[in-house]
Write a protein that binds this ligand. Structure first.
Ligand code: ZN
Length: 164
């Protein structure tokens, strides 16, 4: 049995333990950037830059014919303290913001492997048997952080509270 198979088998043994770890890492990642409701997306990116101690560029790629199911990816150079997040210029802004937020999630997740190339696919990691358990968990954390950022951006306080 390869490491990969052992990882996959271990992951399938106790999905509740996996979800617990993912939840914990997601909460830690979101707390690390001290994000608050009402922030604009550029402000969120700046907060992540401060939290991680790097400079970030968001690049809207126009030639994405070879991307396939890829919706965004991160290149990170820890030695230069800089990185860039690449998204599709052709995606609706709300979707490419979500894809970029997923990459911010990888940066904020302290368990991620620095220096690695991180990608977000429109194919769920649940349907990708080639991922090892750590890779699978890192994808879930990044996706949950993106959901957390989306909630901050779009699920503000109920209207009744802000209007009265
Ligand atoms: Zn990812």
């Amino acid at each position: 049995m390869s490491d990969r198979e052992i990882g996959a088998a271990a992951g399938s043994l106790d999905p509740r333990a996996t979800l617990g770890r993912v939840q914990e890492r997601t909460e830690r990642a979101l707390a690390r950037a001290a994000l608050v409701p009402g922030m604009t997306f550029p402000e969120i990116v700046q907060a992540v830059e401060r939290a991680v101690g790097i400079r970030l560029r968001i690049v809207r790629e126009t030639d994405t014919r070879t991307w396939g199911a890829l919706t965004g990816f991160l290149t990170y150079f820890p030695d230069r303290r800089e990185g860039s997040i690449h998204v599709r210029a052709s995606d609706p802004p709300v979707y490419s913001e979500f894809a970029a937020s997923h990459e911010l999630g990888h940066l904020l997740d302290d368990a991620h492997c620095s220096g690695a190339l991180h990608e977000r696919s429109s194919v769920s990691p649940h349907d990708d048997p080639s991922l090892t358990t750590p890779e699978f968990e890192a994808e879930l954390v990044a996706e949950q952080v993106a959901h957390g950022i989306a909630r901050l951006r779009y699920a503000g306080p109920p209207i009744a509270e802000v209007s009265w």
